[in-house]
Structure formats: structure tokens, C-alpha cells
Design a protein around this ligand. Structure first.
Ligand SMILES: Nc1ncnc2c1ncn2[C@@H]1O[C@H](COP(=O)(O)OP(=O)(O)OP(=O)(O)O)[C@@H](O)[C@H]1O
Length: 355
């Protein structure tokens, strides 16, 4: 039987290198040493989740638990480090920190996002007044988005997202920054979307909003999927956890957070791959190809953000060749002469005379 889903993420991880400076990042890019001196952090440590067509899935979790990372991976803003992500249809994300180009005006953002969604200029011209009216940001629509307040960004983002009619709408904390009138307008629109059978991913810290809008909820806890299930069940458990956390002393809270973050820093992708392989082998003991299948599941659909050693060597070779040919050119000798006597490179045939 074919599984019916809109979004499926399998064993998804996300690693960030914590570079202190840009030069540190550049040096690591060209470094041939495999030793990992830069501290790194696993924002997601193997999340597997399926979202069905027409479902509103809530994502909850404390600050920094990985909700935005996951929703950004699903919407294609950032790539996963390992794992498979299958999204059936167009996504549109409304988030305070993503989705809009800061240097463009509101009106230009509307056009850009609509064009990216495959709309024609005529369709956009027709729809423009409706989007501007929904966003209700007045003359700011012709100002660069970098001058907007978080509420205004959210208004514009939401107005664009709902008007371009995506298959999957992703709302990341965007309702928490608007005023009451706008909030109600958004809730009404989300309810319409639900009635139309659209798929929605709703990220929020507000359990009230989650309980009101979501069919199921996934609780992301410090990079791991702690629980997924019917809204009431997961929301109640999460509430219990937040109450327990609130009652800890300041020192206990810090120790708990530090311990969780250490787990994220010390996560081993090799060990995790091994665990997933063993799990699959237990389910299918006669299948000898499990290790290669799991390896393909982990790395088959990801584009590495890091240069392989081969590519690094190739880059160095190209750079050295480029410098060499520049020197040959400047020296005034032919390539043949330079090969026969490399010292000629440092004794050019002529010198430059500045008039
Ligand atoms: N570009 C980045 N570089 C390094 N670390 C990052 C980066 N983006 C996110 N992180 C880290 O990944 C972790 C998860 O962040 P994310 O924004 O996904 O959490 P969140 O659950 O959405 O948090 P919040 O509720 O505060 O929005 C955090 O510890 C964050 O510091």
C-alpha cells in the first residue's frame, strides 16, 4: 500500500559549525586537515516525522529546541546534514526571521515571492491590492523590509503566504507578534485553509493556539523528537514538562540546559547511523543490504556543505596553476622557457616604467 503523506522527514539531522570569525570559516574551507578544531552543534539529532494531507501539525518545544531548523528544512530554506526530506507540493513559510528579502520593499517582496511560486506578472498585478489590503501596513509597503517591525514583517509574510495559495503553509511563530485584530484575521484564514483541506505546519510557543488549531503535535526537545500524537495528549505532556521545569531552582535549570546542550555538542552521526542500521536489521534480519540502504537514506539526498578532501586538493591545484600562469605572463618568457629554467619566473624580461 502506498503511504499517503504531504511531508515526510526521515532520520533528519542538522549540524552547525560554530565559527567565531569569518576568517576561521574561510581557513576551515581550504584546510586539508581532517581534524575538527571548530566546535560544532547538532541542532537536530535524527528526526523522523510524517505529515498527512490536510493535517495541521503543531511543532512545540522550548527555545532553541530545533523547531525553526526543522520548518526551514521542510520549506527548503536550509539543507539537512543527513536524512531524507520528501515534500509533496509547494511550501510557503511565514516566519519572523525568514522568507522576506530585507533590501527589497514590501511590494517587491510580494512580486518576488509570487514569481517564485510560478505566477505571471498579470496575475500578480491583479492580486497585489488584496495582499496589500490584508497586510494593512500602509505606506510601508514601499519601504525596504529592513525598516519593518516584527509585527509588520509578520503581517506582510502572512498576507503573501495565504494569497499565493501554497499546498503546504508553514507558520513559524508569526502569530505571536501581531496585534489582536491581525491575529484574529490570521486565525480565520488558517481555519479557511483547514476547511479547504490544506496542509499546515504551525510552530508556536502558545499552547492555547496549538490546542485551538492543530490536529496533531510534534514535541521537539533539544534536537530530538520527544513525542508525536494527538494534540491534547502531547500538549498536556509538554505542559507538565514546562511546569516541572519552572519549579526547578535557577541552578538546576542551568545544569539541565547545559547537560542537554552537551548531548547536542557530542552527538555522533556515525553512532546514530549504526543505531539506525541495527534497528532496521532487527526488523529485517535476512536483508544483507541494510547497511548500504541506511547509508543511502542518510547521505543519498543531501548536498554536502563541506568540501571533500578531493575537492579541496583540486581547488589548491587550480589556485597554484592560476598563480603560476600569472607569473609566467608577467615574466615575459614563454612557457617552454620557464619550464626549462623555472628561475626565469623571478627575473622578468622587462620592468614596468611609470611615466
Ligand atoms: N546558523 C546557525 N548557526 C549556529 N547555530 C544555530 C544556527 N541556527 C540555529 N542554531 C542553533 O540551533 C538550535 C535550534 O535553533 P532553532 O532556531 O531551530 O530553535 P527553535 O526551537 O526554533 O527556538 P525558538 O523557540 O527560540 O525560536 C539553537 O541552539 C540555535 O542556537
Amino acid at each position: 500500500m502506498v503511504e499517503d503523506y504531504k511531508v515526510k522527514v526521515e532520520n533528519v539531522t542538522k549540524e552547525y559549525d560554530l565559527f567565531k570569525t569569518q576568517s576561521e570559516k574561510l581557513r576551515s574551507f581550504f584546510s586539508l586537515k581532517n581534524k575538527r578544531r571548530v566546535p560544532h552543534f547538532w541542532s537536530l539529532m535524527g528526526v523522523t516525522l510524517t505529515i498527512k494531507p490536510g493535517e495541521t501539525m503543531g511543532l512545540i518545544g522550548v527555545n532553541g529546541s530545533g523547531k525553526s531548523t526543522l520548518s526551514n528544512i521542510i520549506s527548503g530554506i536550509i539543507p539537512q546534514t543527513t536524512g531524507r526530506v520528501d515534500v509533496k507540493g509547494d511550501t510557503s513559510i511565514v516566519a519572523i526571521r525568514a522568507g522576506l528579502r530585507n533590501k527589497l520593499t514590501g511590494r517587491e517582496n510580494i512580486r518576488l515571492k509570487s514569481l517564485m511560486q510560478g505566477m505571471t506578472n498579470e496575475q500578480i498585478d491583479e492580486m497585489m491590492p488584496d495582499i496589500i489590503s490584508f497586510a494593512d501596513i500602509g505606506d510601508f509597503v514601499d519601504q525596504p523590509v529592513k525598516s519593518y517591525s516584527s509585527g509588520m514583517r509578520s503581517r506582510l509574510g502572512f498576507a503573501i503566504a495565504v494569497h499565493i495559495d501554497p499546498d503546504i503553509l508553514i507558520i513559524d511563530e508569526a502569530l505571536s507578534v501581531g496585534d489582536d485584530t491581525f491575529y484574529q484575521k490570521c486565525v480565520d484564514k488558517i481555519t479557511d485553509f483547514k476547511k479547504e483541506g490544506k496542509t499546515i505546519i504551525f510552530v508556536s510557543h502558545s499552547l492555547k493556539q496549538i490546542r485551538m488549531l492543530c490536529d496533531r503535535v510534534a514535541w521537539i526537545n533539544y534536537g530530538e523528537l520527544k513525542m508525536v500524537g494527538p494534540t491534547k495528549e502531547v500538549a498536556d505532556k509538554y505542559h507538565e514538562f514546562t511546569q516541572w521545569f519552572k519549579e526547578l531552582s535557577k541552578k538546576e535549570k542551568k545544569a539541565f540546559q547545559k547537560e542537554r546542550k552537551n548531548v547536542q555538542k557530542n552527538f555522533s552521526i556515525k553512532k546514530y547511523e549504526q543505531e539506525v542500521t541495527e534497528q532496521h536489521q532487527q526488523e529485517n534480519p535476512n536483508d544483507k543490504s541494510i547497511p548500504s540502504k541506511v547509508h543511502k537514506l542518510f547521505y543519498g539526498s543531501v548536498i554536502s556543505e563541506k568540501m571533500s578532501v578531493f575537492n579541496q586538493i583540486l581547488t589548491w591545484v587550480v589556485l597554484i596553476a592560476l598563480v603560476f600562469f600569472c607569473l609566467v605572463n608577467v615574466s615575459g618568457y614563454s612557457l617552454e622557457h620557464v619550464f626549462a629554467n623555472p628561475q626565469l619566473l623571478f627575473n622578468p624580461t622587462h620592468t614596468l616604467h611609470i611615466p
